[in-house]
Design a protein around this ligand. Structure first.
Ligand SMILES: C[S@@+](CC[C@H](N)C(=O)[O-])C[C@H]1O[C@@H](n2cnc3c(N)ncnc32)[C@H](O)[C@@H]1O
Length: 298
């Protein structure tokens, strides 16, 4: 289902969202099953340029080993965070959650991978990224299901609660929010504001999972230059990472009112152990990004 609200003026879809789709597509093309995250639709949402690169071993090797070599160590994390979140989501749906909200959805394909689930999916992103996602789905002959609502929004300016309820979201029903790959691009105020708004339109038992960038002081000293180099690189793509948190105090940072119970504050080491250790075909996770799973208290 579409929304035609004009969003903030943008000239292109999110480059970082496309890089996430590249990681997912590349995982199936270059790595061995069992996959950390199996997304057979990711490839369809790539630009012609990226399809040409991934379509050739030689071009892919040139790009990944030379042009983007400094970025490659963070290409495993979009897989592990998505796997972690969807595992939590599927358990929540099994337990009766019927609304799934993806904040900063990029080229998410959950709706295509799970067409039979009785869950309404709200994908929320900047207007330009939503428009490009729709365009690429049409070009690939993919029909986005009726259970999907695409909602253009700018977290820095727009009212999330208003937009969601205008599209049929029911605050009285338990819901699950996915907020991956976004918080580090937002100001602290926008993060807090979004979390407050999520709290304001969800009932007890609702859940949210998001990943966050660890503050430099909480990263092992010998990893800090590599972390800085990755941050610089992403900044050059036009989406600088501006906000990080101390994993030891993040709950206090976000939850002054005690509304949220921490289900899990998942460290890069936890994720490495669970999804990556023993594989040898993907990059080890750098100690940068944590995943936080929160549940609204009753
Ligand atoms: C790295 S991508 C993450 C995509 C997806 N969540 C994932 O993990 O695969 C970041 C997404 O956040 C969106 N985004 C960044 N700033 C935003 C803002 N102010 N309002 C809404 N969306 C924003 C971008 O358009 C992009 O799709």
């Amino acid at each position: 289902m579409a929304d035609q609200h004009p969003g903030p003026v943008q000239t292109h879809g999110s480059r970082t969202a496309e890089l996430v789709a590249v990681s997912r597509a590349r995982h199936l093309l270059r790595h061995q099953p069992p996959y950390i995250f199996h997304d057979p639709f990711a490839y369809q949402f790539l630009s012609k340029r990226w399809k040409r690169i991934l379509g050739s071993w030689l071009r892919d090797a040139f790009v990944s080993k030379i042009l983007l070599r400094r970025l490659m160590p963070i290409t495993t994390q979009p897989l592990t965070r998505a796997r972690f979140t969807e595992d939590c989501l599927l358990a929540a749906i099994e337990d009766g959650v019927g609304q799934y909200v993806i904040l900063g959805s990029g080229y998410d394909t959950f709706s295509l991978r799970h067409p039979g689930l009785d869950v309404t999916i709200y994908e929320i992103d900047l207007a330009s990224t939503i428009a490009l996602k729709r365009e690429r789905a049409v070009a690939a002959g993919l029909a986005l299901p009726d259970s999907l609502r695409l909602i253009p929004i700018d977290f820095e300016q727009d009212d999330l609660a208003d937009r969601l309820t205008a599209h049929g979201f029911d605050p009285e029903k338990r819901s699950f929010f996915n907020w991956l790959g976004v918080t580090y691009y937002l100001s602290r105020d926008a993060i807090q504001d979004t979390l407050n708004r999520v709290c304001g339109i969800t009932c007890p038992g609702s859940e949210i999972v998001f990943d966050y960038l660890a503050e430099s002081n909480s990263i092992p000293e010998d990893e800090r230059p590599r972390a800085q180099s990755m941050k610089n690189y992403v900044g050059k793509l036009g989406e600088p990472m501006i906000t990080s948190f101390d994993p030891a105090s993040i709950k206090a940072d976000f939850d002054a009112g005690g509304e949220w119970e921490v289900v899990r504050n998942d460290s890069p080491a936890d994720q490495q152990k669970r999804y990556v250790e023993g594989r040898g075909d993907v990059y080890d996770l750098p100690p940068l990004f944590w995943c936080l799973h929160l549940r609204r208290r009753g």
